[in-house]
Design a protein around this ligand. Structure first.
Ligand code: ADP
Ligand code: MG
Length: 251
């Protein structure tokens, strides 16, 4: 088991108590592509932040192979990507990556060079530009390049393309799938787009309204390329919609 989550609950205490996640049990296998879906505010980002050791759980346990989340981060096991790429505006595209590379060296892992990752995500011609000169889509390509540079076996992705226009989002979603095939990381990917979840993932975890609990864990074995005209695609789509709808009706 690569990621094992047992009896995990989380509350935020900010004046009032918010129960974000409740009693999560989840085992994720190496190289699985797992999509996390569920209503807004149900704790999906909280789960990703807990695994990435950005916060510590109120109750329960997370194991990443033989590590806890803190050790996993220190050992370069986990890379994290969200909507905003957090780039340094005074450095060029290549400069941002070289900085990431310097951190990486300390961890003793790195397969690809800055030039190679830029080539891979289609940004070779933008190496000398500054982040503000890049479109949103190019900025997220740069974030993907940084992810590749980190060479981590686990990618945690919190709606990385949600802020992009539809066409760009589709392109980057395809790019993500192609990267997953080539580099075989374990992916946990939050998306609010059920179609995208079906297209890419081989397992879909559905969360209830807050406090988030897992209400469905659905394998997705539809052969690739997954086209919406495939009856299996439509069947899975209506199954997932049904689960989400039932939950929002309080059933
Ligand atoms: P999702 O990603 O599924 O939309 P989140 O994990 O971001 O949900 O949030 C779950 C719940 O926890 C929400 O009610 C949200 O308002 C609350 N929450 C998230 N982050 C914090 C925080 N830092 N402090 C207080 N409450 C938070
Ligand atoms: Mg979120």
């Amino acid at each position: 088991m690569q990621i094992s989550i047992q009896s995990l609950s989380h509350q935020y205490f900010t004046g009032k108590t918010t129960h974000a996640l409740e009693d999560i049990h989840l085992d994720i296998l190496q190289k699985q592509f797992v999509a996390l879906i569920g209503p807004s505010g149900c704790g999906k980002s909280t789960l990703i932040r807990l695994i990435a050791h950005l916060i510590s759980p109120s109750q329960g346990k997370i194991s990443i192979g033989k590590f806890d989340p803190k050790q996993a981060i220190e050992n370069g096991q986990v890379a994290w990507m969200a909507q905003s790429p957090a780039l340094l505006p005074w450095l060029t595209v290549a400069g941002n990556l070289r900085l990431a590379e310097r951190f990486q060296r300390g961890k003793g892992r790195q397969q690809l060079s800055v030039e190679q990752v830029l080539e891979r995500v289609g940004l070779a011609d933008a190496a000398d530009q500054h982040p503000y000169a890049l479109s949103g889509g190019m900025q997220q390509r740069l974030a993907l390049a940084r992810l590749l540079l980190q060479d981590a076996p686990i990618w945690l992705m919190d709606e990385p393309f949600a802020a992009l226009d539809e066409l760009t989002r589709e392109r980057l979603t395809d790019e993500l799938f192609s990267l997953w095939k080539d580099f075989s990381p374990t992916v946990m990917w939050i998306t609010h787009n059920i179609h995208e979840a079906i297209k890419l993932s081989d397992r879909i975890i559905v969360f209830s309204e807050k406090p988030g609990t897992i209400i469905a864990d659905v394998p997705n074995t539809i052969p690739h390329p997954r086209v919406e005209s495939n009856p299996d695609f439509q069947e899975l789509l209506s199954k997932l919609r049904h689960i989400l709808h039932q939950d929002s009706n309080g059933n």
